[in-house]
Design a protein around this ligand. Structure first.
Ligand code: GLA
Length: 729
């Protein structure tokens, strides 16, 4: 065997291997995926040998390699790792390694593009969860050649996919239907998503996943990418007939830059967003588990019990009569709410959505005594007080727009069309930034605000601003960095302040914004039929404690569909739960149910917000079986739901995922939120017993044989609790 004489870096964590041969002039990726174990010198040498592909007809005269920085210099005809030019020259990067540092969880490779006069740093960080974070920094050293700056068009983090990865899943959507899955075969040429909305968007790719054909929640080998960035983005899965070196294709992503947006003069640098790559042999649940583990291990991950929330939006909309809101606060406290969030409508001139954005002071007409009476009442009840803001936005009908039109992003030729009657402030403008920071800080201090619902209700179009020479410069990159700086500065000034990321519902759900926020508003849609799907797929990346889930009124405000109370309540339980409804209009019986449900949420949130999310692969698309299993598999809570009717009369035996087959369990139906109506004469035997108390069950029956589920009527859900055997027996 020919031994590799070059150093090979092998990062391993949680069943994942990432192997790079650090050879000159450019390292190549030998493997990303399944853990290859403790490879000795012989093992590494054989892996390097196996990474040499055949030479093909009508192709390069030497075998193609898949390097860490694929470009045409390697004969790579796919999307390159680097695109750019220096005044029309230096368009073909010829990048070589100048150094590499390896630690157990990271590999940092220093590269030099001599032609363009750039230094690059490529950082791979393998998290203990097995998620591989890839980031690039491009610097123009102080002695960079020539007077022209290097115009960076793109950097794309690329990792290889094997040939067997042929089926692709990603997401699209619209207002009130975020994260709608789209699935198909990964064709040659590939699948590219370019996001030009200045936010990930309601149709964000969310998690671009490629796997072996037929992969499901519980089975199948899958490779996935998330671009952790809140601005414009590019995501791709690409297959070329000649492959990618010895590999079958690539998964890649990065920021989508506008022409001329990043121009690197001597001394300047650009840092890409972090692209998170994950692999699993255990289907989509395996991927979700890795991301949830990674997010939960962050020092800033919310650690206090997630407070039951009441948000005022669907309760009162713009009707901010203080006495109405004080009564709502009293009723909220009575049912067990722990945080009240005053939504849109409280600030200067805000009677509807046509005016006021930008003027972040309390409206004296609506609130003659300020917000203190409400904030004090909320705090007096022992609840936290939250406030809605939309700092990056401005209505032309506002004092701010009149006084500072120069802070609005838009071309010198004039503003384009408004969207929800609003425009976008240039947060990167130092004075606008200072204004927003001081306004928010003053509100937080004055009203002892515990929580901001930080909204962002329009896309960024023509997001340019005038530069010193009067030209219009693209601004989405700077805007995104400025947003992060604004949030970071506010949080460092006000430790303990929590922030929710909302963007017309779930239009800004990404790991960039989540590095400085505490939850996302998954969707403006509280209809449980839609919510089952939205929460399922939002949970593909985020653990339940980061996903806002509210119970609305009987008739959904956004779909018009009427849903039973128990279905609404059970659906909202599987997230960071809340209420978005006018409690003052609810009957005593409805309030009693809400109070029981609130107590149930507090009882089970430790499990729901710390356990493993599991989702069953079912043949019937009208049904859902999902749950959360304790880390030691000793307890679990499952939701069995039906959204519409289907042909099979029996739901059949359904296996409960995530439990330990060798253990003994007990099962019962939780009834606090109410019981579902069913489409059968008599329910299965176990169910009839379990609605009244515990039923002992062998683990193998639950995991292997399965429980026959009642056939629910459409728009119904059932809550099943699993615990260890009764210690008294
Ligand atoms: C957006 C949000 C809603 C609500 C309104 C207020 O649409 O997604 O939850 O806060 O704004 O205007």
């Amino acid at each position: 065997m020919t031994r590799s004489t070059t150093r090979i870096a092998h990062l391993r964590a949680a069943g994942v291997s990432f192997v790079v041969e650090l050879r000159a002039p450019l390292p190549r990726v030998l493997h990303w995926g399944e853990d290859l174990g403790e490879l000795g010198d012989d093992g590494l040498a054989s892996l390097a040998l196996s990474a040499d592909a055949a030479s093909l007809h009508s192709a390069l005269d030497e075998p193609r390699q898949f390097t860490v920085w694929p470009t045409q210099a390697d004969g790579w005809s796919g999307t390159p790792a680097q695109e750019g030019h220096r005044a029309g020259t230096a368009t073909t990067p010829r990048v070589t390694m100048t150094g590499a540092e390896e630690s157990p969880d990271a590999l940092v490779i220093a590269l030099r593009d001599a032609d363009a006069g750039l230094d690059l740093t490529l950082t791979y960080r393998l998290d203990p969860s097995g998620v591989l974070g890839v980031r690039t920094r491009v610097s123009a050293p102080a002695d960079a050649p020539g007077p022209a700056p290097y115009d960076l068009a793109a950097t794309t983090a690329l990792l290889p996919l094997p040939t067997r990865a042929q089926e692709i899943l990603d997401f699209t959507g619209k207002w009130c239907r975020e994260r709608s899955p789209q699935r198909g075969r990964l064709a040659f040429a590939g699948h590219v998503r370019e996001i030009r909305r200045g936010r990930p968007g309601l149709d964000a790719p969310h998690l671009l996943t490629v796997g072996v054909p037929g992969f499901g929640f519980r089975t199948g080998e899958v490779w996935a990418l998330h671009v952790g960035w809140s601005g414009n983005q590019r995501w791709l899965a690409e297959r070329l007939p000649e492959g990618a070196g010895v590999h079958g294709g690539v998964l890649g992503g990065g920021e989508l830059l506008s022409p001329g947006e990043i121009r690197l003069a001597p001394g300047d640098s650009y840092t890409s967003p972090e692209c998170c790559f994950a692999w699993s042999a255990e289907g989509l649940d395996g991927l979700a588990g890795r991301f949830h583990t990674m997010l939960r291990s962050r020092p800033g991950h919310p650690s206090s019990p997630r407070p039951l929330t009441l948000n005022t939006w669907e309760a009162v909309y713009f009707d901010h009569r203080p006495e109405r809101l004080l009564a709502l606060a009293d009723d909220a406290a009575a049912v067990g709410v722990e945080r009240l969030v005053l939504d849109d409508g409280w600030f200067l001139g805000r009677r509807d959505d046509t005016a006021g954005l930008g003027d972040w002071t309390v409206d004296p007409q609506m609130w003659p005594d300020g917000l203190a009476p409400l904030a004090d009442r909320v705090h007096g009840h022992g609840m936290q007080f939250g406030l809605w803001v939309e700092p990056e936005m401005v209505n032309l009908r506002s004092r701010l727009a009149r006084e500072h039109p120069e802070w609005i992003l838009g071309p010198s030729a004039g503003l384009g069309p408004s969207s929800r009657h609003q425009y976008v402030l240039n947060v990167a403008h130092e004075e606008a930034f200072a204004y927003l920071l001081e306004s928010l800080d003053a509100l937080v201090a004055e009203y002892r605000i515990d929580y901001l619902k930080w909204d962002h209700n329009r896309e960024l179009h023509e997001a340019v601003h005038r530069d010193a020479h009067g030209g219009d410069r693209p601004g989405v990159h700077a805007q995104t960095r400025a947003l992060y700086r604004l949030m970071d500065t506010l949080r460092s000034r006000r430790p303990g302040l929590e922030i929710e990321s909302c963007s017309s519902g779930g239009g800004r759900v990404d790991l960039g914004v989540l590095a400085r926020t505490d939850r996302v508003w998954a969707s403006d849609c509280n209809d449980p039929v839609e919510r089952q799907a939205i929460q399922r797929w939002t949970g593909q990346l985020l653990p339940p404690e980061l996903i806002g889930a509210h119970v609305g009124g009987p008739r959904s405000h956004t779909t018009g569909r009427v849903a039973d109370e128990s279905f609404r309540l059970i659906t909202a339980l599987f997230g960071h739960a809340g209420i978005e409804d006018d409690l003052t209009a609810r009957t005593p019986a409805e309030r009693e149910t809400l109070t029981r449900w609130a107590a149930l949420y507090k009882e089970v949130r430790g499990l729901l917000h710390g356990g493993r999310v599991v989702r069953a692969d079912l043949d019937d698309d009208a049904t859902y079986l999902h749950g959360v299993v304790a880390p030691d598999a000793g307890a679990a809570l499952y939701c069995w739901a039906r959204t519409e009717t289907s042909v099979p009369a029996q739901s059949g035996r359904v296996r409960l995922p995530g439990l330990a087959p060798g253990r003994s369990y007990r099962v019962r139906v939780r009834t606090e939120a109410g019981l579902p109506s069913t489409h059968q004469v008599v329910a299965p035997a176990w169910y009839r017993t379990a609605v009244n108390g515990w039923v002992p069950m062998a683990g193998t029956v639950l995991t292997g044989a399965g429980l026959p589920m009642p056939t629910l009527n459409p728009g119904q859900a059932l809550l099943i609790e699993v615990a260890g055997p009764d210690p008294a027996n």
